[in-house]
Write a protein that binds this ligand. Structure first.
Ligand SMILES: Cc1cc2nc3c(=O)[nH]c(=O)nc-3n(C[C@H](O)[C@H](O)[C@H](O)COP(=O)(O)OP(=O)(O)OC[C@H]3O[C@@H](n4cnc5c(N)ncnc54)[C@H](O)[C@@H]3O)c2cc1C
Length: 367
């Protein structure tokens, strides 16, 4: 009796295994998606691939790097592209990340689109410039108690072209209790310094990538990064500028301001930087120094929780409360904001009250 039950069990398991295997083979070979083409931007690049992989992976294997921070799990929504032909139906994973307008415009999460037929997509032109870089960690320097400047020397390719304000994606390595992840970091170095990349990183408690970078990454260690990405950059206009940042949101603004100095771009500008206490400030001498190097530039560090009786003589309070005293009417300005959503949203709402139109507010939210 026991023997026949065991035989039946073995038979069932073997049948299930064989059927699963057959299904996999069927999907790969019998259903064989076969050769497909991906047409990018109306023939600007046409890629021949073997169908079956995700659009995101198929593109990166062909050196088109779409930003993605979740490893293709459909949870970061960075990898949006417009699919104008092919791509199959929208999946339930994608829907929550797409606005009604994006759904109408056929925007998709490229990690969730399987290439099973010829497909046509539209991507921003600047994504053609994104590359995968091998780099070596050149320096780690603490700027405050929780903010670090990280320097990388590029190895392969050994130069990068980017616009001040753009970001790269850094891949962390596995360490005890954490998988490798990819996270976005704004470039703080200058576009003219093509052979290196500097970042300004704030430690996030329990954060996977930041714990790796602060505690495990060693000088001399090789890393992998891709980019450049993003359209946060100084507009080519004569309008005066308001820069606003908090914490590591300094990174792209630091690059933009020094780029303005290097290229002799002179425009009236203010930089409001938010910290809680004096120890949150960094590059202070350099930023006040820029007041002499850039024409009509003013640096305004603002501290929200500096002890009342300290020797701090600068601004105290939140940037939205301080802004109107410097800029009672913001109509003529453009604003560049970088850091947490809370800071950006509070400042954008105050800038609206001061007359600045939404389309003249440019921002990079770090979440
Ligand atoms: C375009 C862009 C540019 C960015 N540039 C920079 C930069 O120049 N410097 C920089 O330090 N960061 C930057 N970030 C944020 C960065 O990409 C990571 O999100 C951040 O470093 C946390 O990664 P982690 O893996 O350590 O944390 P995770 O493991 O992803 O998160 C751990 C926990 O912390 C929370 N968390 C995640 N990020 C933050 C945060 N920023 N603040 C508070 N809590 C958080 C998460 O919700 C989660 O609960 C940028 C983000 C974007 C989208």
């Amino acid at each position: 009796m026991l023997a026949s039950i065991l035989t039946a069990l073995v038979f069932l398991t073997a049948t299930t295994l064989i059927l699963s295997l057959l299904l996999i083979i069927a999907e790969k070979w019998i259903l064989n998606y076969g050769p497909c083409t991906i047409d990018v931007n109306n023939g600007q690049k046409v890629i021949d691939i073997q169908g079956g992989s995700s659009l995101l992976n198929s593109l990166s294997e062909n050196e088109i790097f779409i930003p993605s921070a979740c490893g293709g799990r459909g949870s970061c929504a960075y990898c949006k592209v417009k699919v104008t032909q092919g791509g199959g139906p929208l999946s339930p994973i994608e829907e929550p990340y797409l606005s009604e307008q994006e759904i109408k415009d056929n925007v998709r999460l490229s990690c969730q689109v399987k290439v099973r037929e010829d497909i046509k997509i539209q991507i921003p032109d600047e994504l053609f410039n994104a590359r995968l870089f091998k780099a070596v960690t050149a320096s780690k320097k603490m700027l405050t108690y929780d903010i670090m400047e990280l320097g990388f020397d590029l190895v392969e390719p050994d130069e990068i072209e980017f616009t001040a304000g753009q970001y790269i994606q850094l891949e962390s390595r596995e360490y005890k209790g954490a998988d490798s992840v990819i996270r976005a970091y704004s470039i703080s170095s200058l576009p003219s310094e093509k052979k290196k990349i500097e970042l300004i990183m704030r430690r996030v408690p329990e954060g996977i990538c930041t714990t790796w970078a602060f505690d495990h990454l060693k000088e001399g260690q090789e890393v992998s990064l891709s980019g450049p990405y993003g359209d946060f950059k100084l507009q080519d206009t004569d309008a005066p500028a308001i820069f606003i940042a908090g914490g590591s949101g300094m990174a792209p603004i630091w690059s933009i301001l020094r780029h303005m100095h290097e290229k002799n771009i002179n425009k009236k500008s203010y930089y409001f930087f938010s910290g809680r206490i004096y120890d949150d400030l960094f590059f202070t001498d350099e930023l006040f120094g820029l007041e002499k190097k850039l024409s009509d530039f003013k640096y305004v560090p603002c501290l929200t929780r500096e002890p009342e009786h300290s020797s701090w003589k600068g601004e105290r309070g939140r940037i939205p409360e301080i802004l109107p005293r410097y800029i009672p009417d913001a109509q003529e300005y453009e604003a560049y904001l970088c850091g947490s959503s809370a800071l950006i949203e509070a400042c954008c709402s105050k800038l609206s009250e001061l007359g600045l139109k939404d389309e003249k507010m440019y921002f990079d939210k770090f979440e």
